[in-house]
Design a protein around this ligand. Structure first.
Ligand code: GRG
Length: 290
């Protein structure tokens, strides 16, 4: 499992490295690289590859699409760490981008990572037809903007120190984290032109994987430590974050996550062995320590 993870991470990083090398030089390239590489677990790319396996898709194309996802993800982390957001000094075991380069540079490097994602998706070297490219661009935009990551982040900041219902917390976490996972699950379907029923099913699988991922992240904050997590922990309680753990407590959150896992696995049953890789990644998500 770790071997498969490492391969996806390595191939994604290699692609991003050579893509950045071909860019016209600018002063922002270094802070962009710092925020993007070698980067984190590349779990969104791994999910994309796993779903691609179910539908027998080309690994090479998926690595490129995954690289675009990782650019948006890195951008969201750079902005998430800013003083006006979650104000964090450490990310991926090193200084967060604004701590290393200053706030203005972090904002601009983040913005440039966002636009890089669109550059990668619309690149002529991504060998898929224009119609599919356009669909990918539209979906990744919806996943990142006010109906996705940015909208979820807005709610997350707004819900601090407020008592929110489970449904409101789930809605916020699905937007903040789930929508990009949902993109990872849907991009392969765009490439294969699957029908609406399957599309809706994988959209909901993606949202649920993202929610599960966010719950695991909150559990790491609750129980983990800086050395293992590569970022400060025990922050959610101090900040009064609206999380499922803060609402339901530790034990009930574990039960909730277990039910969510069973729900996802049931939806994957029709795909038999072809979904084994995705199932293993989901188990990794639940048991991860960073
Ligand atoms: C519109 C893209 C965009 C961003 C602006 C700041 C912001 C709005 C959104 C923040 C969203 C955010 C940081 C969500 C948390 C998701 C999460 C649990 C991140 C940790 O992901 P990992 O563990 O990180 O995959 P690595 O380091 O492994 O890549």
């Amino acid at each position: 499992m770790i071997k498969e993870f490492n391969k996806v991470a390595k191939d994604t990083n290699n692609f991003l490295n050579s893509y950045l090398k071909k860019q016209t030089k600018s002063e922002l390239l270094y802070p962009m690289k710092y925020s993007l590489l070698p980067g984190g677990k590349k779990i969104r790319s791994k999910i994309l590859i796993d779903v691609g396996k179910i539908f027998n898709l080309s690994y090479k194309n998926l690595i490129k699409i995954g690289a675009a996802i990782e650019c948006i993800h890195a951008y969201s982390l750079v902005h998430d760490d800013l003083p006006c957001m979650d104000n964090d000094d450490i990310r991926r075991g090193k200084l967060s981008t604004h701590k290393k380069f200053g706030e203005a540079t972090a904002v601009l490097a983040g913005n440039s990572l966002l636009t890089l994602a669109y550059e990668i998706l619309s690149d002529k070297n991504l060998s898929i037809n224009q119609e599919k490219k356009l669909k990918l661009v539209k979906l990744i935009s919806k996943s990142s903007g006010h109906t996705g990551i940015a909208g979820g982040q807005f709610l997350d900041l707004n819900y601090e120190r407020k008592k929110k219902s489970l449904n409101k917390i789930i809605d916020m976490q699905v937007k903040k984290t789930g929508k990009l996972f949902s993109f990872s699950c849907l991009a392969p379907l765009i490439l294969t032109k699957k029908n609406y029923r399957i599309y809706n099913k994988f959209e909901s699988i993606g949202n649920d994987i993202g929610l599960l991922f966010q719950i695991a992240d909150d559990l790491i904050d609750y129980k983990g430590n800086l050395k293992k997590a590569g970022k400060k922990t025990n922050k959610d309680k101090k900040k009064g974050k609206a999380t499922i753990i803060n609402l339901l407590g530790y034990k009930n959150t574990i039960k909730y996550a277990d039910r969510l896992k069973i729900k996802i696995f049931n939806k994957l049953k029709p795909y038999g062995k072809k979904s084994n890789s995705l199932k293993k990644t989901i188990l990794f998500i639940i048991n991860r320590q960073k």
